[in-house]
Design a protein around this ligand. Structure first.
Ligand code: GLA
Length: 386
């Protein structure tokens, strides 16, 4: 859908022209998985898929949230608080609105239309994309005076307290602060970050969507968060640490016996090793050592598969194939897992060949085809200028 088509849709649906437009991307995480809620280092980047949002004020002082992707829509008056209603998509903008009014920000009714091309539930942060698009747009339109970091924290709170997923801050941060051709080295404990060159030389960043419907992903995600909390409490019997990522693998080996539950011990092992890998990956990227970066991606996947157990036959099949293809520098699952997407760094001139072969391998093993795209690393949320 082009922006002009979206504007036309807006006129058809709301009988008036859109006044402002915004875009917020989705994200991939290059490395540093399931460690944002453990105070770790992550390396996400914003991508050229995302959510477009058009708005205009209305006479009726009501919020009308519509999307061209879904039939369901929501309409509500201006209230002092809102509650999650069902499991529909519009809970994300509703949660953002709730946070604005709870913070006593003045808002007035708006007609809002969204269009997203981030595959939903695919691990590319379609939810952070719509949250940040909405928070950023409201902040601009109502002149509410939030900083971008405050909007990021608000969107995380929408996810945690309105939607009910105990997620970390990586996704909202990445889609808000992303920069073209850069990966964000984000310390999820201090929220300090650096935009580093994601120099992929003559390679492209491929996204392989397993097209596996994510079932139970939310409860499994929250279960992992709790397991990490248990591991932390066990280690805190002897170590003065606030987060699992405050220690490295060598220290962990000395104290891992404190965690008596073997499953919980494995979870902690992943978290701590993954944090070490991000440090090495940052070094490798700075030294243009893509081969080492790729090795770390594979190691990350292995750890997510065996110690953290958030992969699955589908994501593993993508990585299994990638390991056999000499045109692939590295591959791994990205995002929460349990289905969703994998990423691979692939020689640009061999991308079509890779695409065909990974589709064949995957289809043979899993029984249906994945979707494979080449993506570019893009800017974070911004207003659309005519
Ligand atoms: C989801 C969450 C993030 C992060 C990743 C896993 O995308 O929203 O906060 O925990 O999973 O790294």
């Amino acid at each position: 859908m082009t922006i002009d088509q979206l504007k036309q849709q807006f006129e058809i649906l709301f009988n008036q022209q859109a006044l402002e437009g915004y875009f917020c991307p989705g994200r991939v995480n290059l490395i540093g998985e399931h460690i944002d809620y453990n105070g770790g280092l992550v390396m996400p980047c914003a991508i050229n898929f995302g959510t477009w949002m058009l708005l205009a004020p209305n006479e009726d002082n009501v919020f009308r949230f519509r999307s061209v992707n879904f039939e369901e829509f929501y309409e509500t008056g201006v209230q002092t608080a809102y509650q999650k209603t069902g499991r529909e998509w519009y809970n994300y903008p509703l949660g953002v609105l709730h946070h604005f009014v709870s913070d006593n920000k003045t808002v007035k009714g708006l007609d809002v239309l969204y269009y997203g091309n981030v595959p939903i539930g695919s691990g590319l942060s379609s939810s952070a994309s719509i949250e940040i698009a909405t928070a950023y747009a409201f902040n601009q339109y109502f002149k509410s005076g939030y900083s971008k970091l405050e909007l990021v924290k608000m969107a995380k709170s929408v996810e945690n307290n309105f939607i009910g997923l105990s997620s970390g801050i990586m996704d909202q941060f990445a889609v808000a602060f992303g920069e073209e051709h850069k990966a964000l080295m984000l310390n999820c404990d201090t929220l300090e970050y650096e935009a580093v060159d994601a120099n992929l030389a003559d390679n492209v960043l491929a996204i392989i969507n397993t097209n596996k419907p994510r079932k139970l992903a939310e409860s499994k995600y929250n279960e992992r968060v709790q397991e990490c909390q248990q591991a932390l409490e066990a280690l805190q019997q002897e170590l003065k640490i606030a987060n699992l990522c405050d220690i490295d693998t060598d220290t962990f080996k000395q104290y891992e016996h404190l965690i008596t539950n073997k499953v919980v011990q494995k979870r902690a092992r992943h978290v701590i090793a993954e944090n070490d890998r991000v440090k090495l990956a940052a070094k490798a990227l700075a030294q243009h050592n893509l081969a080492e970066f790729g090795r770390l991606m594979y190691a990350s996947h292995h750890s997510l598969q065996h110690d953290y157990e958030v992969s699955g036959a589908e994501l593993d099949a993508v990585v299994e194939y990638s390991l056999t293809d000499t045109n692939v520098v590295g591959a791994r699952m990205t995002g929460a897992g349990f289905g969703g997407c994998a990423i691979a760094i692939v020689k640009a001139d061999a991308f079509e060949d890779y695409r065909e072969k990974v589709i064949n391998y995957y289809t043979g093993k899993i029984g249906y085809a994945p979707s494979v795209y080449a993506t570019t690393i893009s800017d974070g949320v911004h207003e659309l200028i005519d």
